[in-house]
Every structure is written in structure tokens, then in C-alpha cells.
Design a binder for this molecule. Sequence first.
Ligand SMILES: CC(C)(COP(=O)(O)OP(=O)(O)OC[C@H]1O[C@@H](n2cnc3c(N)ncnc32)[C@H](O)[C@@H]1OP(=O)(O)O)[C@@H](O)C(=O)NCCC(=O)NCCS
Length: 179
Amino acid sequence: MSWRLRTADLDDVPSLEELIPLSVRKLQSDYYSTAQMEAAFGPVFGVDRQLIADGTYLVAEADGRVIACGGWSKRKSMFGGDASRAAEDNLLDPATDAARVRAFFIHPDWARRGIGRAILAASEKAIAAAGFARIELVATLAGEPLYKACGYSEIERYEVAMSGGLALPVVRMAKSVNP
Ligand SMILES: CC(C)(COP(=O)(O)OP(=O)(O)OC[C@H]1O[C@@H](n2cnc3c(N)ncnc32)[C@H](O)[C@@H]1OP(=O)(O)O)[C@@H](O)C(=O)NCCC(=O)NCCS
């Protein structure tokens, strides 16, 4: 079945709230424990309405259903849903700051069909058009192979502290725009 990309809108939020846990619980299960994944919902994995409002978030649709999402950001946050954010997410300066790549979640039935790569390519094109020279992201261990395959280099490995004394190992990665 074929799929297509489009800009996300706020009407997609209920579909995204269903999609994200499905994607995480299946596609991250080789990398994280159930407790780690459950603790990450909200503070690390969640819908960021700010990206939708900015017009920088994409969804892939097949047969009228949202089967993947992801995008980029011109704001400071590296990850997390807007519901877990207390303050406003400030704008970055394209002249000095790196744009962010954010929140990729593919439905497990649609994994490894090039949708992640396609959303990333569309995001990178928009980032270049917005005048940024560099991109940074914080990858899950499940996301790392995609970004590596698309030319991102590791900056550092660290752990995001979460509730219940749990931690999520992640990788900060970067790429130059039009290297
Ligand atoms: C990470 C994720 C977004 C990848 O999406 P995807 O649509 O399956 O990725 P693609 O099909 O576009 O893969 C492109 C390339 O990335 C690499 N890649 C992607 N998934 C991989 C995996 N599980 N193992 C090894 N390499 C992988 C491969 O090089 C692949 O090219 P190939 O299929 O021709 O070998 C998806 O697995 C996902 O949603 N994971 C759960 C949520 C998550 O952790 N998101 C990342 C947040 S940073």
C-alpha cells in the first residue's frame, strides 16, 4: 500500500497519541526495558503541539490513517511533549544555533520501508530553507541507525534522568546542512 507525507495539524493529535506508544513499545523493545519506555512517555516521547503550530511536523498517511510522524524544530527543546514543558520553548537563531530534528515515530507495521528516511529528507530541506547551517538531535538507541545512515555523527552518549530513578541512554548527534 502506498503512503504520502503531509504537514501535521492539530486534528492529528489523537492519532499521534495512539501511534507513539505503539511505535515505542514495539520498535524500542530491543533497546530499552518496559519500565524505561513507560517512564519516557511524556518527558521524552510525546506529542509536541508547538511543532505542529510551527508547521514543522509531518505525518505519513496510508489509506487515510496516520502511520508515521516526525519533523524538525526552530526551537530550543531537544525532545519531549509540550505537556511536560513548563516554560515557553524559545526560538533558535539560524545564524548561530543548530536546528533540531525531532520526534520520529513509525508504526511497527510500516518500519523499514524508507518512511523515516523520507521524513528526515523533507525536514532537512526545510531546515536548509530556514537558513540553518547545522542540525542537532538526541537519538534513542533505536533511532541511532537511521541517523547514522543519513550522515549524522555522534557527539556524545548520555542518559536522560527520568522518574523513579530510571534513566534512558541516548545519543546526541549532529550534521552540517549541505556539507
Ligand atoms: C527509528 C525509526 C524512526 C526508523 O524509521 P524507519 O521508517 O523504519 O526507517 P527507514 O526505513 O527510513 O530506514 C532508513 C535506514 O535507517 C537504518 N535503520 C532504520 N531502522 C533500523 C534498524 N532497526 N536497524 C538497523 N538499521 C536501521 C537503515 O540503514 C535503513 O536503511 P535500509 O532499510 O535501506 O537498510 C523507527 O524505527 C521508529 O519509529 N522507532 C521507534 C521510535 C524511535 O525510537 N524513534 C526515534 C526517536 S530519535
